[in-house]
Design a binder for this molecule. Structure first.
Ligand SMILES: [Zn+2]
Length: 358
């Protein structure tokens, strides 16, 4: 276990829900896990006991990617974990494929509405279209390859693979429902007679929603706060001038007033207590990374030069694209703070250099 992880407490220890089964977390709150086809091999999803228009049942929070094996596991969950009751609503924290992938299938399967923020709903709908004149492709495909080349990732093999991945998002999110119920920051949603507050955060996804229930002292944090890995904060081709790192760190302030003993239910890793410690760890982690990047930029460096400085391990292509995005997010934070200069060299590569202190 990493030192930071040891400062958190894990009420369920190493217990995990069995595939297709649920583990009870709190009154009316159950935990299920689904496999993912990435290095990060699982996602946590949540079942909330609910009541809508006089009907008893369950709300689902997040969905898993669109794969037959995940649908099969959902069918087992429906058989085993819902006490014979139906699904009444689907909530999605944000538009990443592991969260929204099966939302359309679940909403159609149960004829129920999707609840999501406006920005993440519309982005998911756009990216789920097939590549072509109307498809957006997200951080994959030719536009992404050009973006990464501009930031120094030029090797032909990576370039070709990124170009070929234009169908990546629609492959994992083949459809998004054609209507939704909008979640906004500060909304209070009644789920099973309990009040859940919507807390929107930025920097990881366009408009990420987490859900907090004060009665239960439970926070469904989505990807905004994870116990082991730091949340991915990236600059990608679709918003090349973005500055997501301060957006993310400022968003974490919304958790400052939650009780110290809040049970945090994250999308990856184990449920934990120690929310304020984990928020402080995020601030110190990124402060250290920013200093490291700043120190390296005594000579003009591209984003791809920064990747091996920040990530000292072998990366597969999926991890490399996220590492590029993350490195550029740190460079942009320093650039917008006035600590780095930006220039473009003769080959068209963007480079960053430390502003001399005089
Ligand atoms: Zn995410």
């Amino acid at each position: 276990m990493r030192p930071d992880e040891k400062k958190l407490s894990y009420p369920w220890g190493d217990d995990l829900p069995e595939p297709g089964q649920a583990l009870s977390m709190a009154d009316g709150v159950r935990w299920i896990r689904m496999p993912l086809p990435f290095a990060l091999d699982h996602i946590n999803l949540w079942l909330l006991r609910d009541q809508v228009d006089g009907r008893e049942g369950w709300s689902i929070v997040d969905c898993g990617v669109s794969r037959e094996e995940v649908k099969d596991l959902w069918e087992q969950v429906f058989d085993n974990a819902l006490d014979g009751l139906p699904v009444l609503r689907v909530f999605v924290t944000h538009m990443h494929p592991d969260h929204v992938g099966l939302a359309n299938w679940l909403c159609e399967r149960w004829n129920v509405p999707l609840h999501m923020t406006m920005t993440d709903y519309t982005t998911a709908r756009l990216w789920s279209l097939p590549p072509g004149p109307n498809g957006a492709g997200g951080p994959n495909g030719p536009a992404a390859a050009a973006h990464f080349a501009r930031h120094g990732l030029r090797d032909p093999d990576s370039q070709e693979k990124i170009r070929q991945r234009a169908s990546y998002y629609p492959g994992l999110v083949p459809a998004v429902p054609d209507s939704f119920v909008r979640l906004m920051h500060g909304d209070h949603v009644s789920i099973g007679g309990r009040d859940w507050r919507v807390i929107v955060g930025y920097g990881h996804a366009p408009e990420h929603a987490s859900l907090y229930c004060d009665t239960l002292k439970v926070l469904i944090s989505g990807d905004m706060l994870l116990p082991r890995i730091s949340t991915n904060i990236s600059v990608f081709n679709y918003e090349p001038e973005a500055n997501p790192l301060p957006l993310y760190l400022n968003s974490l302030r919304a958790y400052d007033d939650l009780p110290e003993d809040t049970l945090v239910l994250p999308s990856h890793g184990r449920p934990f207590r120690g929310i304020h410690e984990r928020v402080a760890q995020q601030h110190s982690h990124h402060a250290a990374r920013l200093q490291e990047v700043l120190n390296a930029c005594d000579v003009p460096l591209s984003t791809s030069d920064i990747v091996p400085i920040m990530f000292r391990r072998e990366l597969d292509l999926h991890q490399l694209t996220f590492a590029m995005g993350e490195a550029l997010a740190h460079l942009h934070a320093l650039y917008y703070e006035g600590k780095l200069n930006r220039s473009v060299d003769n080959e068209g590569t963007v480079r960053f250099t430390r502003v001399s202190e005089s």
